[in-house]
Design a protein around this ligand. Structure first.
Ligand code: NDP
Length: 382
């Protein structure tokens, strides 16, 4: 994330705790989480987010840098035995304090650590994108089934009030018949930043800006329209003289066609000013969220709906809410909203986009009969 996005994130965190809706306060049965990979997201959002949780609690840290992890553990009053390295990771099986493993590693490590955690008998919350290949995503789902454990993908917008408000407006037909969803998710990238270096490597990221940021637009079009695309066409615009884009594409633009006749155009790039914006146009109304998917500071403007131009939407700590949701799923207090199958659907769609790019914009069929099991608009309180 760029500085602007991080700043907005902190803003969101500052507004967080009091605003969290309660589904019933956990009483002494907090669900212990192990956070795997102490990089930018873990240090900036996830570990601090536990302070705003009511069901999830930090129980362990897994890192390749023991000194950092030990310091962080001490700060959070965790005993020294709650710090693990990658080599002794499988020892978590014998640690009853850990019920959920939160995978916050570079994308190419998601599948390996998810499957190891499931084999150790733990539930898994895995960051997006779920994996770097469709095959890995399928193996992760199979491993969760075999272990009889929950696998949730960290789609924080499924739990975020602005996006939930927009989904509910769409479901209520407030815009008339949905015609078009436009999404643009991108930012500048910096090859000298280790956190960006792996994102600019095709093998480690699975697809550069597309798998890092474009995925928000793909998932967003799907949850806003509440249907699945049947066809995609895509193009890339990449300057191979730029050292950042030796293995991944830079800008990708795609068009999805949905069964209702709605269209969605999406763009993503790692060489543009930072944005996470989406717009929806219906036959009688429109909505514009800019930003629509930041950690905080999101803003929604409605057109064609009198008296509701800029609805007041209470901000929450999105990471705390998502971790609490996972904890409540584990305790049987909440339904699974973003299961592995949701992650797999995006993996397959991103794969179809890259296939279309490789085939010069050819139409790729994506009608494989996926249907989300639970609609966030009905399952998650505002
Ligand atoms: P970083 O590169 O900042 O952190 C990843 C961490 O993983 C490293 O700091 C390191 O932690 C650990 N790691 C273990 N093996 C490796 C390796 N071979 N190379 C690099 N790092 C390694 O990434 P982010 O924190 O930005 O992103 C992590 C995940 O979170 C990604 O999947 C990303 O897509 C997702 N993400 C999701 C966001 C959201 O809003 N939901 C926002 C940002 C990211 P250690 O030193 O402790 O071992």
């Amino acid at each position: 994330m760029n500085d602007d996005i991080s700043r907005r994130g902190l803003l969101g965190l500052g507004l967080a705790a009091a605003a969290l809706p309660t589904l019933g306060r956990a009483q002494g049965d907090g669900v212990g989480f192990a956070v795997v990979g102490l990089g930018k997201l873990s240090l900036g959002q996830i570990v601090p987010g536990f302070a705003h949780c009511r069901s999830a609690r930090l129980a362990a840290l897994v890192s390749g840098h023991a000194e950092n992890a030990n310091r962080l553990a001490a700060e959070h009053k965790l005993p020294a035995r709650s710090v693990y390295g990658y080599e002794d990771f499988d020892r978590i099986a014998a640690d009853p304090r850990i019920e959920v493993v939160y995978i916050v590693l570079p994308n190419f490590l998601h599948a390996e650590y998810t499957i190891r955690a499931l084999k150790a008998g733990k539930h898994v919350l895995c960051e997006k994108p779920m994996a770097t290949s469709v095959g890995d995503a399928e193996r992760m789902i199979a491993a969760a089934k075999a272990a009889n454990r929950k696998l949730m993908i960290a789609y924080r917008c499924h739990y975020e009030p602005l996006n939930l408000y927009a989904m509910r407006k769409m479901r209520a037909g407030a815009l008339g018949r949905p015609r078009l969803v436009v999404t643009n998710m991108g930012r500048q990238s910096d090859l000298s930043d280790p956190s960006d270096a792996w994102r600019l490597d095709l093998v480690k990221s699975g697809g550069g800006a597309l798998t890092d940021m474009g995925i928000y637009g793909i998932n967003g079009a799907r949850y806003l329209l509440n249907e699945e695309p049947v066809e995609v066409r895509a193009w890339a615009q990449t300057d191979r003289r730029d050292p950042r884009f030796q293995t991944v594409e830079d800008m990708i633009a795609w068009e999805f066609r949905f069964p209702s006749g709605a269209l969605s155009t999406g763009t993503t790039s790692f060489d543009q000013a930072g944005t996470m914006a989406w717009e929806v146009y219906g036959t009688s109304g429109k909505m514009n969220a800019d930003p629509g998917c930041f950690y905080g500071g999101n803003r929604l403007v409605l057109g064609g709906m009198p008296g509701e131009r800029e609805p007041k939407i209470v901000e929450i700590d999105q990471f705390a809410r998502e971790m609490d949701w996972m904890a409540d799923v584990v305790r049987g207090r909440a339904p699974m909203v973003s299961p592995g199958e949701e992650g797999l659907q995006d993996m397959r769609l991103m794969h179809a986009i890259l296939e279309s790019v490789a085939r010069g914009g050819a139409t790729v069929r994506t009608a494989w009969n996926y249907r989300r099991a639970v609609d966030p608009a009905t399952a998650v309180p505002a």
